[in-house]
Write a protein that binds this ligand. Structure first.
Ligand SMILES: *[C@@H]1O[C@H](CO)[C@@H](O)[C@H](O)[C@H]1NC(C)=O
Ligand SMILES: *[C@@H]1O[C@H](CO)[C@@H](O)[C@H](O)[C@H]1NC(C)=O
Ligand SMILES: *[C@@H]1O[C@H](CO)[C@@H](O)[C@H](O)[C@H]1NC(C)=O
Ligand SMILES: [Cu+2]
Length: 335
């Protein structure tokens, strides 16, 4: 217990300037695009108006909290304001994508943070002062999830606000560290400064058309912690605007999630139970005392024991054929 509390404290006191990050670069079949290209940008600074966090000032890398504006939860802070100026990436169903993140503000971007990174990665931090240089570490432990939302007929992706359904196509979760049943390790965060890589395919059965492709790392807060000023659980959403070429016509399967309704603070991945009520601002303002996107200290610190009832956030996952629940790994037996 002492060690999990220590981990909790250590995670919580990371200096602000060193914390936070943004997914901002994509590679298609192993070829990296320019940083920022095809991603809806975020407004920085941005004050979340008329929400439970009214007055919260978000900067480029700041987390988005479940109580922020729907648009900020969908694709990042005020991102819809940048939709029209964002290019659309053409990909083929079945293409392999990789996503890279940065902790460095756009004004401080240098070529050596993007080009010549180890192992062909899309970002790195050769001047970093923490963890394992030159890797671009993730500041926080949590699952990475990616979703597709199909643009409604007759609409351009540049005009689509993401209010439709989102179908999960990727989860990078945790494993048990060296088979220790009391210690997990989130594969993206990796607790070493050498982050896991975010690589997945666009399902080859994805119907032709335009989509928002959202990628997010979700750092769930400790369920017994006090309400923290500004938030509960940190989300790091970014969206690509994509046009998928495919021989398949039609729509994604039903059964996706809505955002923010299903990424509320009361739904750490619990599939359905959360917050139809969150759809109105009044509900957001009302005191809700359920647990949600909230976890035990082991998962919050990212290197302790998992919650027995943990469910990865983001709903059912689609592999191109079926929708299924991505189950966390089975706890190894004690030796
Ligand atoms: C994205 O927004 C940031 C501020 O949030 C700005 O510094 C940067 O130049 C913008 N990028 C593009 C491509 O417009
Ligand atoms: C940061 O790292 C790059 C690449 O290794 C190097 O060229 C540059 O001089 C470094 N800058 C500082 C301020 O250390
Ligand atoms: C985690 O970090 C260790 C040590 O740096 C490294 O050997 C391992 O490959 C990393 N795991 C992943 C999933 O990248
Ligand atoms: Cu952070």
């Amino acid at each position: 217990m002492v060690s999990t509390l220590w981990a909790l404290a250590a995670t919580a006191i990371l200096p602000v300037a060193q914390s936070h990050f943004t997914f901002v670069r994509v590679s298609v079949n192993g070829v990296w695009e320019e940083p920022g290209r095809y991603f809806r940008n975020k407004t920085s600074p941005f004050v979340e108006p008329a929400t439970e966090s009214e007055g919260y000032i978000g900067y480029y890398h700041s987390p988005t909290f479940p109580q922020h504006l729907p648009n900020s939860l969908r694709c990042g802070r005020d991102s819809f304001a940048h939709a029209a100026e964002t290019e659309v990436l053409t990909v083929k169903a079945g293409d392999t994508l990789e996503f890279a993140h940065t902790r460095i503000e756009p004004k401080d971007w240098k070529d050596y943070q993007w080009y010549g990174c180890p192992e062909g990665r899309g970002s790195c931090d050769p001047n970093g002062t923490q963890w394992e240089v030159p890797y671009m570490e993730f500041a926080h432990p949590g699952p990475v999830v990616a979703h597709l939302s199909q643009v409604p007929d007759g609409l351009d992706v540049r005009d689509y606000d993401g209010s439709g359904e989102w179908v999960k196509i990727y989860t990078l979760g945790y494993e048990f560290y060296h088979d220790d049943p009391d210690r997990i390790i989130f594969l993206a965060h990796n607790y070493t400064g050498r982050p896991g890589r975010i690589i997945f395919d666009i399902p080859s059965q994805t119907p032709a058309g335009e989509y928002l492709l959202r990628v997010d790392l979700i750092w769930a807060y400790y369920k017994d912690s006090q309400r923290v000023s500004g938030g509960y659980t940190q989300l790091y959403p970014s969206c690509l605007q994509v046009r998928v070429e495919s021989a398949v016509e039609g729509s994604l399967p039903a059964g996706g999630i809505k955002i923010p309704e299903n990424l509320c603070r009361d739904c750490p991945g619990k599939l359905i139970s959360c917050l139809q009520s969150l759809s109105s601002l009044e509900a957001v303002r009302s005191p809700i005392t359920m647990v949600g996107m909230l976890v035990g200290s082991g998962m919050y610190g990212g290197q302790g024991e998992p919650d027995d009832d943990y469910v990865y956030p983001g709903g059912l996952q689609w592999d191109g054929e079926k929708m299924f629940e991505v189950r966390p790994p089975v706890r190894p037996s004690r030796r």
